[in-house]
Design a protein around this ligand. Structure first.
Ligand SMILES: Cc1cc2nc3c(=O)[nH]c(=O)nc-3n(C[C@H](O)[C@H](O)[C@H](O)COP(=O)(O)OP(=O)(O)OC[C@H]3O[C@@H](n4cnc5c(N)ncnc54)[C@H](O)[C@@H]3O)c2cc1C
Length: 375
């Protein structure tokens, strides 16, 4: 059996790795995507049961793969704080039972402790602390997977031939395979157009900024579901040194997740002014001092229910639509894709990602306002 994987970001790299471990002849072709040299969030505190399970499995996969490939210090445990309004309390009580089963302990922060928080909390709001939450250095892991897979660098395209779909590259090479796995993130939709395949996927721009905040600590994640903004540590060596030296002003990363649909374009990778303004404003409700320093923009894609899809169409296997949580659940969904290719049965959780859940829907319509990993 010969498998071609196009697109080796978070998901495609893991699909390639699982297949290679099974002794499959796998060829990976991808443009390089530069991931930031800081950790991204890998939280098990998800909203959907299958996402909780997939995030848990992904965390175990990260630990196993980093051991196998000798990737140092790629997962860290952190405390997270979640701000909700009172009306979300029932939902959180229900979810916290599920999270507990996965070893996450939840504690509502009382009035006395609230005074010690590094951020402001208002009357109609509740805060709970979750531990452990996780951060992952995805740049280190993807780099190691690329080395292991000997990824061919370059742009690939799909073409229709009599016996199915083939892959062509800029250099004019043609690759054929029993299966072609397409894991091109925000670029998936445009690749599929060339072979007349339409799936309910839509790309959009996703941005994050480095901010200076007035806060005593910089070692926590804050999920602010009232203001719809998150804050996470910026764990690069230089920043850590500065953070340690400045007692009350720390560099932290923040973002808001939602953006209007936009076809991915390398020229569009600067951070928008509206993003800087909007996130700064939201952060000012929590912190006395907020200053935007720099930022990063890239592209993600999503689906009508903001959860990823796996679609099998002839010899094509498409896996995309991870929006803002591909690092959180991507490795476990990649394992499900590898199982399909190997002819193994999916379990009940994995089946929930199949595109058949959308029936005939081919358009996303209005972008979901809340991503699947947000409460
Ligand atoms: C600023 C920002 C912050 C984020 N923070 C988090 C976070 O904290 N936690 C989290 O879980 N997620 C986060 N995400 C989302 C996460 O990065 C995505 O969900 C994830 O990258 C999706 O994985 P993927 O493999 O589907 O796509 P990608 O990782 O985008 O990989 C697609 C790959 O395909 C390649 N490719 C595309 N077209 C072609 C082609 N024609 N030929 C060859 N190769 C091609 C690309 O170059 C890329 O390497 C963040 C995203 C952004 C932009």
């Amino acid at each position: 059996m010969r498998i071609i994987v196009i697109g080796c970001g978070v998901v495609g790299s893991f699909v390639g790795y699982f297949l290679k471990k099974h002794g499959i002849d796998v060829t990976c072709i991808s443009r390089w995507k530069k991931f930031p040299h800081v950790s991204l969030i890998q939280s098990i505190m998800q909203k959907f049961e299958e996402d909780i399970e997939m995030a848990h499995r992904s965390r175990i996969i990260y630990e196993e793969v980093s051991r196998e490939l000798n990737v140092d210090q790629c997962i860290s445990r952190v405390h997270s704080y979640t701000i909700i309004s009172y009306k979300s309390l029932d939902k959180v009580n229900y979810l916290s039972e599920l999270w507990r089963r996965y070893g996450i302990s939840i504690r509502f922060v009382d009035e006395k402790d609230l005074k010690k928080m590094s951020f402001k909390v208002y009357d109609n709001e509740l805060v709970f602390e979750g531990y452990p939450d996780y951060l992952v250095r995805i740049d280190k892991i993807v780099r190691s997977l690329w080395r292991e897979l000997n990824v061919i660098r370059g742009e690939a395209r799909l073409r229709l031939r009599d016996n199915g779909v083939v892959v062509t590259t800029e250099r004019g090479n043609i690759f054929t395979g029993d299966y072609i796995v397409v894991a091109c993130g925000a670029y998936t939709r445009s690749l599929l157009r060339d072979v007349n395949v339409k799936l309910p996927l839509v790309p959009y721009k996703c941005q994050a900024g480095l901010f200076v905040l007035k806060t005593d600590r910089s070692d926590y994640i804050l999920y602010d579901y009232v203001n719809r903004v998150y804050v996470r540590p910026a764990d690069n060596v230089m920043i850590n040194l500065v953070n340690r030296a400045s007692p009350r002003r720390k560099f932290m990363i923040s973002g808001n997740g939602n953006s209007p649909p936009l076809e991915p374009d390398e020229k569009e990778k600067s951070v928008d002014d509206y993003f800087k303004r909007e996130v700064t404003e939201r952060l000012r409700r929590r912190y006395d001092y907020v200053k935007y320093v720099t930022g990063r923009a890239d592209f993600c894609d999503t689906t009508p229910d903001a959860r990823p899809l796996i679609a099998v169409i002839g010899n094509l296997v498409v896996v995309s639509g991870f929006n803002g949580y591909g690092v959180e659940i991507g490795p476990a969904v990649a394992k499900a894709v590898a199982k399909i290719v190997l002819g193994d049965k999916l379990d009940e959780y994995e089946k929930r990602y199949l595109s058949s859940r959308f029936g005939e829907i081919k358009d996303v319509g209005k972008l979901p306002e809340v991503e699947a990993h947000e409460l």
